[in-house]
Design a protein around this ligand. Structure first.
Ligand SMILES: CC(C)(COP(=O)(O)OP(=O)(O)OC[C@H]1O[C@@H](n2cnc3c(N)ncnc32)[C@H](O)[C@@H]1OP(=O)(O)O)[C@@H](O)C(=O)NCCC(=O)NCCS
Length: 485
């Protein structure tokens, strides 16, 4: 049975196992996939910054991690968005593990009130599992870049050739540094970052651009500097106006890969070969600081003709498409529900009275914003029927219903159903009858399977009799069964 839960990144043995699963999922079948380093990711997860929350989520079977997800969201901007990355090692694929992790993401995003999911997939050939999976979930491709690499150390003959053809840099001077930005350049460097964020093509991806300030730059660089050495070259006019920059990262804990990140030449300074000069100067820095890295990576929009030309001149070769994908979800209210079975395999259902008529449903209810499934289920069961939820939850069914009238203020609901086996007990929760009635609850009843199968009553889910029959005959499913209304 697969269960999905957040892992504590301070549990180093567990983090290692989770990271191994993530890495194995990312690199499979790709020539030079770039994976965030173990140290860098561990540090980032254990030391959350003020701008972004990152959660490590694992899919477990018998306490072994079979799949990994990074679930991230920004705290001060892009407040409707979450980013997810789901990675399942090849030997565990096509068992529904990716889907189980996705269901966790859908529920947590709903708890956070966020509706836009974003993800990225490296696609070296078609058909590709990640692209098929994301397409199956409903994601659409909003932006495509080439993922390019050049082998390191850099070919000196090519560099000499590039220096010769680039000619003399006229009207500009270049400043290079390694590490964090020197104080005298911080304002200009922050402004160039803002210009970059406005300029960089992102296709149809939803992105709110927030201007960089010196404080934000300092905070961001300090965090990054722990795990990456930044190599930067900046161009100024002779009167000191900033004209552009290029930025490369040498991951401190990765002996194979270096990253060519941003390169920007401000519009009014284009056409002077400045991009080439910036890159050449930064490659001189790379020669000084590189240790063992064998690949330099970069990404360029397919539509960005000028940069594609510069990349080709610098010997970059495309190894895969880098796709950015997005999916907008309806606003759904997440709830945890219990399939309560007694020793005689009778199920406990509560009766709702709605204007449309009575409805028999499993006990449980809506999760609060920061509440775990287990805590939410426990609270709801205590309130409604006076029963403890088990510590280990067996996840049976996942249901997403988009329809009006299921939860006020929402477009629908997400219900996750868990198995609760119990000894006979007297049903009676902490809520009074009047309080229950205010939530449309008017009584409860234990049902045998036979009674469910022969009843004309309306159940939630509608297929409850069949689902309970399958559960009693075949036991809990390995991954949650998707059920409809
Ligand atoms: C994408 C990935 C996470 C899927 O994990 P998984 O555990 O195999 O996914 P599931 O078993 O839940 O697949 C769900 C559905 O996705 C689709 N799918 C997944 N892999 C597929 C493939 N190789 N070919 C075609 N369809 C595929 C199918 O519709 C599948 O349902 P089915 O098996 O009933 O036909 C895994 O292949 C992976 O880690 N890839 C590398 C990382 C990546 O690209 N992640 C996606 C971006 S977040």
């Amino acid at each position: 049975m697969i269960s999905v839960r957040e892992i504590d990144p301070a549990d180093l043995a567990l983090f290692d196992e989770w990271y191994d699963a993530l890495r194995a999922g990312v690199v499979a079948g790709r020539e030079a996939a770039l994976v965030v380093g173990r140290e860098a990711l561990g540090f980032s997860l254990r030391n959350p910054g003020p701008l972004k929350r990152r959660l490590a989520v694992g899919a477990f079977e018998d306490d072994r991690v079979l799949g990994a997800m990074l679930f991230e969201y920004r705290l001060t901007d892009n407040l409707d968005t979450v980013e997810v990355e789901i990675d399942v090692p090849p030997q565990h694929r096509r068992r529904g593990i990716g889907t189980a992790l996705w269901q966790w993401a859908v529920r947590r995003a709903a708890q956070l009130g966020r509706t836009i999911f974003q993800t990225e997939v490296g696609v070296p050939s078609e058909p590709w599992p990640g692209a098929e999976f994301a397409g199956h979930l409903g994601f659409s491709v909003e932006h495509v870049e080439d993922h390019l690499v050049v082998p390191l150390p850099y070919d000196e003959v090519l560099l000499d050739d590039l220096r010769r053809t680039a000619g003399v840099l006229d009207g500009y001077r270049l400043t290079s540094w390694a590490g964090v930005c020197p104080p005298e350049h911080q304002q200009a460097y922050a402004d160039l970052h803002t210009a970059m964020d406005h300029d960089v093509p992102t296709g149809g991806m939803t992105r709110e651009v927030v201007p960089w300030t010196v404080e934000k730059l300092q905070a961001s660089e300090q965090r990054i500097d722990r795990s990456y050495l930044a190599l930067v070259t900046m161009a100024h006019t002779l009167s000191g106006e900033p004209a552009g920059y290029t930025l490369m990262y040498l991951p401190r804990g990765d002996d194979s890969h270096a990253q060519q990140d941003d390169t920007l030449v401000l519009r009014e300074h284009r056409g002077h070969n400045l991009g080439t000069h910036l890159k050449l100067a930064n490659l001189d820095q790379l020669a000084k600081h590189r240790k063992t890295q064998r690949y330099l990576h970069t990404w360029t929009a397919l539509s960005n003709g000028p940069m594609q030309k510069v990349n080709a001149r610098f010997g970059f070769r495309s190894i895969e498409e880098h796709r950015e994908l997005e999916l907008t979800y309806p606003r759904l209210r997440p709830a945890a529900r219990a399939v309560v079975l007694d020793p005689a395999d009778r199920i406990l259902l509560v009766r709702f009275e709605f204007p449309s008529g009575p409805l028999w449903a499993t006990p449980g209810g809506g999760l609060e914003a920061d509440e775990s499934l287990r805590d939410g289920l426990h609270r709801e069961l205590q309130e409604e029927i006076g029963l403890d939820a088990p510590d280990e939850l067996q996840h049976l069914w996942h249901q997403e219903v988009v329809a009006e009238g299921h939860a006020t203020g929402y477009d629908g609901v997400i219900n996750d159903y868990f198995l609760v086996r119990t000894e006979p007990f007297t049903v009676g929760g902490t809520l009074t009858e009047t309080e229950l009635q205010a939530e449309n609850v008017h009584g409860h009843r234990w049902w045998t399977l036979e009674e469910l199968l022969t009843s004309e009553a309306r159940f939630a889910p509608r297929a409850l009799p069949q689902l309970v029959q399958d559960l009693l005959e075949s036991g809990p499913p390995t991954t949650p069964t998707q059920v409809s209304l």
